[in-house]
Design a protein around this ligand. Structure first.
Ligand SMILES: *Cc1c(COP(=O)(O)O)cnc(C)c1O
Length: 350
């Protein structure tokens, strides 16, 4: 009989979003409803013509574009097939059987999957008031903790903590704990990120970013990480060589250099998000202030949330259940007509 290794046999497959029947509008994956930069499309098309060649294994152009845009050292950047790949490699290279990975109650569920792949255990830290608490994270740390993962802004909460709090967390954690700051929604968070980027110099902190959200390139699968050299060396042993397709590298680099387009996506999305949140609040729904491209909608109890989900599905809108919050659904900011339908459907709910 063929058997998988015990860590794999024991784990659940990662739960992807349910996208509903064909023709339904997915508001389940936090994709951008606006298109990517025209410059990215042009660069990607040109790269396809060179498709017989392997991609640049060192992401040279893309790293240069990221470094220029964010004022960083290109040597400190790693690129991945989505930031997911980089988060997975960081966890698998720094936690194993007997080790613990700290994650917050409503953080990115893939962190738990990667920890299971590594045979490590997960420590879940509560998020009082749906917001990460640095004190709760510090209270939870045990001797076995090897990694602490902080998603800021959070998903599915959409809330954020000040970057000064991230710095305080880092300074109070033991230097044997790798702090991973997942900034998949960093572009939607208008605070200064320099204090977090500057933690890189300590050698015990890394930051991940994604091109799937604010850059509208989810289909290209590109993410990047700011990583201290020793950690990068370990992570690269686990990454597939040539991990980011040539067309994806070209699209991502061009999008990085088109800062105006990204700013446009962020501004349009945030305006529609805040207008939709205000309309939902007038219906008596609890919608926390969001710093991302989605809203968390709280219905008071699980039964009302389930009824809302059924009504929205009947109206052709697929939202995502919010991990650990049975009374809530998460809605990606979609096209304005979908937001109108979302509000109208919830307004008509008995
Ligand atoms: C979307 C998302 C990611 C990663 O997305 P990629 O497409 O793999 O770059 C990571 N963390 C959070 C919290 C996300 O929502």
């Amino acid at each position: 009989m063929i058997r998988p290794v015990p860590t794999v046999a024991a784990m659940e497959a990662y739960a992807l979003a349910d996208l509903g029947p064909p023709g339904a509008v997915s508001l389940a994956q936090n994709e951008s409803h606006l298109p990517p930069s025209p410059a990215a499309l042009e660069a990607g098309t040109a790269a396809l013509a060179q498709g017989r060649l392997y991609p640049d294994p060192d992401w040279t152009e893309l790293r240069a574009a990221i470094a220029e845009t964010h004022g960083l050292d290109p040597a400190a950047i790693l690129c991945g097939a989505g930031s997911m790949e980089l988060i997975g490699a960081a966890i698998r290279s720094h936690a194993g059987p007997g080790d613990a990975v700290l994650r917050t109650a409503h953080g990115y569920p893939f962190v738990a999957t990667a920890a299971q792949q590594a045979g490590a255990t997960i420590q879940v830290v509560p998020e009082p008031g749906l917001t990460v608490s640095v004190d709760a994270m510090l209270d939870a740390g045990t001797r076995g903790t090897r990694l602490a993962v902080l998603c800021n802004p959070g998903n599915p909460t959409g809330t954020r903590i000040p970057n000064a709090e991230v710095v305080r967390l880092r300074e109070a954690l033991p230097d044997t704990v790798l702090l991973l700051v997942d900034q998949a929604y960093g572009e939607f968070d208008d605070q200064d990120h320099r204090p977090v980027f500057d933690l890189l110099a300590r050698g015990d902190t890394m930051v991940t970013r994604s091109l799937s959200k604010a850059h509208a390139l989810a289909g290209a699968r590109v993410g990047w990480a700011l990583v201290p050299p020793a950690i990068a060396t370990s992570m690269r042993k686990l990454l597939n060589p040539n991990n980011v397709a040539a067309a994806s590298q070209a699209m991502a680099a061009a999008s990085m250099r088109d800062a105006g387009h990204v700013a446009h996506i962020v501004a349009e999305t945030a305006a529609l998000r805040d207008a939709t949140a205000a309309r939902l609040r007038t219906l008596g729904l609890d919608v926390p202030e969001a710093h991302a491209n989605f809203l968390l909608i709280r219905f008071g109890d699980a039964e009302r949330a389930a009824r809302a989900d059924a009504a929205l599905r009947a109206a052709g809108l697929i939202l995502r259940p919010a991990g650990g919050l049975p009374d809530a659904l998460r809605a990606t900011i979609g096209p304005p007509a979908s937001m109108d339908r979302l509000v109208a459907t919830l307004e008509a709910l008995p």
